[in-house]
Structures are given as C-alpha cells and as structure tokens.
Design a binder for this molecule. Structure first.
Ligand code: THU
Length: 160
C-alpha cells in the first residue's frame, strides 16, 4: 500500500493583459458570447468560446428551458457548435466567463462536471491538449489540459 499525491499546475492571472494575445482573444470572445445567454430561470449568464487549431473561434452561451434538463451549459453549446460546424478540427483552448444578470464574476467561472467530460471527449478526439481558461475580473485561471480539471478521465479508448 502507498499514498499517492496528485499535483496540478495552473496559471493565475490578475488581469487580462497578463495573458498572451491569443488567449486574450478567446476570453474576449467568451465575454462577447455571454450576450447570447438565455437564462431567465437562474439569471446566471455564462459565455464560452473555443479556439480551434486553425484559429477559428466558436462561441456559445447557456440556454435554459422551462423544463430544466432541456437546457444546456455555455461550454457544451460552444463545443457542440464547433464540433458540428468544423468536424474533425481539433479544439485547442476553451474560455469560460459568467456572472448573474449579465455581470462578470470576480472569481473564475468553473465548469460543471458534465462539461468537463465533453471537453475530455474533444481533447481525446483532437489528439492534442485542450487548455481551459476560467475567467474572473479579479483572477483568471488557465489549465494546460483537461486532465488537470478532470483527473483520471474516462474515455472509450481506455477500453480498447
Ligand atoms: N452553467 C453553464 O453554462 N456552465 C457551467 O459549467 C455551469 C452552469 C449554466 C447552466 C445554467 O443555465 C446556469 O449556468 C445556472 O446553473
């Protein structure tokens, strides 16, 4: 028997200007995407943007429904739109922003477990790391790959 420790390295930024220009661009796209949020029930508005390997940026925002489970998170809206519109093009960076009543929260907007699993799928399919940026006005976190926010990923390739 032995105890094992898992370490996660990530970067914390205190302003957007500290990030490289490509990352700034995807965060700004996520902020823009938040305008498309439809969240009359939770009033929590989330925007997401995913950069593809060819530089294309695809936006998404959370879409709610009176029948709650029929809604979808911003991250999955963006990733599914990217997957459907640009099939086979690897996703390289995903940025997430959020806040109540179309505000931007001070702390990083962290993705739900379901969205992390979808990120894992596209990372595996794209055969390259998908970095994840969680934006907050006071601090922003960047993780280099989905494994850092979803350790011990399940993917079907593990079964082969
Ligand atoms: N939401 C997202 O869009 N992304 C997440 O990762 C977590 C939650 C949305 C779903 C719902 O519309 C609202 O935020 C409140 O849960």
């Amino acid at each position: 028997m032995k105890n094992v420790t898992l370490n996660i390295d990530f970067t914390e930024y205190s302003s957007l200007e500290e990030m490289d220009s490509q990352d700034q661009e995807v965060v700004k796209a996520a902020i823009e995407a938040q305008k498309g949020s439809y969240a009359p029930y939770s009033t929590f508005n989330v925007g997401a943007a995913v950069r593809l390997e060819d530089g294309t940026i695809v936006k998404g925002a959370n879409q709610e429904n009176a029948a709650y489970p029929s809604g979808l998170c911003a991250e999955r809206t963006a990733m599914f739109a990217a997957g459907a519109t640009y099939p086979g093009v690897p996703m390289t960076t995903l940025a997430i922003v959020g806040g109540f009543d179309f505000s931007l929260a001070e702390t990083p907007c962290t993705p739900c477990g379901g969205c992390r699993q979808v990120m894992a799928e596209y990372q595996t399919a794209g055969k390259r790391p998908l970095s994840v940026i969680m934006y907050g006005t006071k601090k922003t976190w960047k993780f280099g790959k989905v494994d850092d926010i979803l350790p011990f990923i399940f993917d079907s390739f593990n079964e082969k």
